[in-house]
Design a protein around this ligand. Structure first.
Ligand SMILES: [Zn+2]
Length: 79
């Protein structure tokens, strides 16, 4: 949905982009990251069926996570 404009669930082409208002780091328990940097997540929503995807769009933010975020062995608590 980020790279195309078709919903992967219902094939609708009516996708809306909603910029993140709250930093990614405040929605999770990534305390180490929130202490240093605010990372915003953009949501892409299909307004036909309600399916949504969240993306970190800035390359610099992804680079930051690559360097600073831990790789948890257990993803069960990671939303
Ligand atoms: Zn849809």
């Amino acid at each position: 949905m980020k790279n195309g404009n078709t919903c992967i669930k219902c094939d609708s082409v009516d996708i809306r982009k909603i910029p993140g208002k709250y930093p990614f780091s405040e929605q999770t328990n990534m305390a180490k990251i929130s202490a240093f940097k605010k990372i915003y997540v953009t949501r892409f929503v299909c307004v036909s069926c309600g399916y949504s995807e969240e993306w970190i769009e800035k390359g610099e933010d992804l680079e930051y996570l690559r360097k600073n975020a831990e790789q948890p062995e257990d993803f069960s608590n990671f939303v």
